[in-house]
Design a protein around this ligand. Sequence first.
Ligand code: NDP
Length: 514
Amino acid sequence: MPRKKSRPSAALVVREERAVNHRIALPRNQRHLNFRDKWAYAPAPEAHNYIKIQSRYKLFINGKFVTPRSCKYFSSINPATEEKLAEIAEANARDVDSAVKAARRAYNKSWSKMPGRERGKYLYRIARLIQEKSRELAVLESMDGGKTIKESRDVDLPLVAAHFFYYAGWADKLEYAFPGRTARPLGVAGQIIPWNFPLLMAAWKLAPALAAGNTCVLKPAETTSITAMHLAEIFQEAELPDGVVNIVTGAGHTGQALVDHHDVNKIAFTGSTAVGKLLTQAVAGTTKRLTLELGGKAANIIFEDAAIDQAVEGIISGIYFNQGHVCCAGSRLFVQEGVFATVIRKLKDRISTLRVGNPLDKNTDIGAINSRMQLNKICELVDSGLQQGAELVQPRLRLPEKGYWYPPSFFTGVTASHRIAQEEIFGPVLSVMTFRTPEEAIERANNTPYGLSAGVWTDKGSKIFKMVNKLRAGIVWANTYNKFDPTSPFGGYKESGFGREGGRHGLLPYLTLN
Ligand code: NDP
């Protein structure tokens, strides 16, 4: 890191016009952090030249990589550079049918008959292989999806392995998970996942389904299929019996074909509420089981008695983690009036320190937006916020010329009826509002069609209990945000979906209990 010659501490400087000659300290509420170029990091890019990205990825059916019957491929690009990374097979309904048939054969022949402890061994083996290859998978995840290497390396991949380890442990203990009941697998699970946490969502879906004795057909998102195909290589290396996991890549119609297939027993979906509603209609009147993990518009609530500096860090991780492409992002910030000015001042300072750019640089805080389509959606919603009268705060920074980028931003002057307070932006854009009493905070937080997550920041344990009981959200974090663990169930209320993933609860959607 290049360093300048000795200077006073950069942590706190008084505004230059007053400080130059007189060194008069400003009142506390006018001081602000000013890092200027003192925190200009030297580039620290992660090596990626050792990673073998194939020019074409086929479908993974019955333990083998096969050419799609459609004979069609689409491009997967790196959203940070707009360079084509590979071609991905586009599965049609016949390919999906082959995958479901392979899964059914594997279910009947081996997987459902195998003792739980044997299934567990495969899952442990997969978990260990993921750990071994985690650096490579993290780099691929960042290249294909735009997320920062520090997140894919330190959050996504450790959690991917942890999910397989955790559910490996349950495979031979299902009778203890549900005492007095006999647990049986459902059969073939069709699993459709989004682009914001490609490998992690694959792990959330596959690990519990396999532990419970089901076989799977997984449909990754169109823009982020590459790591799923590398996961398929791990399944081969682990000698997972053929057909136990099949991966069909493609766009929405591939997912639709999977949902419509007559021999699928269960559909598990993570994605938008709009597609979730379509899926609900598609499975209505069938015997297929369904779980939906959909969008969110979480309230992150800061009380006056909170530790404000920690709360500001919670706001940052709540909304800017993974470029805001997070269903449980704390995208509506509610600040108690007495600390509003302080929180806004600290937030302005803090976002000006966030580094946006090359996702493979270890110092980058905010990577690339996953696709041009998603960038357009963010821009459209931000425009609507401006048109409806909210005020936009953005740090001044230079974004890379190529690729899809959006600076960390927040809106003040937001009202509950604004689109930016109602709709999922799914980008690094926060809507800030205020409240006076806990009752008002609860009412405003619950005033949304969603109900996935929430955050509460206060010094008072009693206030936490009161809030947690009244917030209509599947997950409520207290004095922290975006903490995940495979042992902890995750899922929503209302238009955020139904069913839980993670923990013992995460086994239930893949079992029938007698
Ligand atoms: P979608 O809901 O369209 O995509 C999620 C998954 O469903 C993808 O694999 C997608 O395939 C597939 N899919 C799309 N249409 C169908 C269908 N008719 N039947 C079966 N499967 C289908 O999300 P988008 O990628 O379009 O993102 C749109 C918005 O959704 C985002 O802006 C964000 O607000 C929200 N979203 C929420 C997520 C969450 O975690 N809750 C995750 C992702 C998005 P393909 O990718 O090939 O289209």
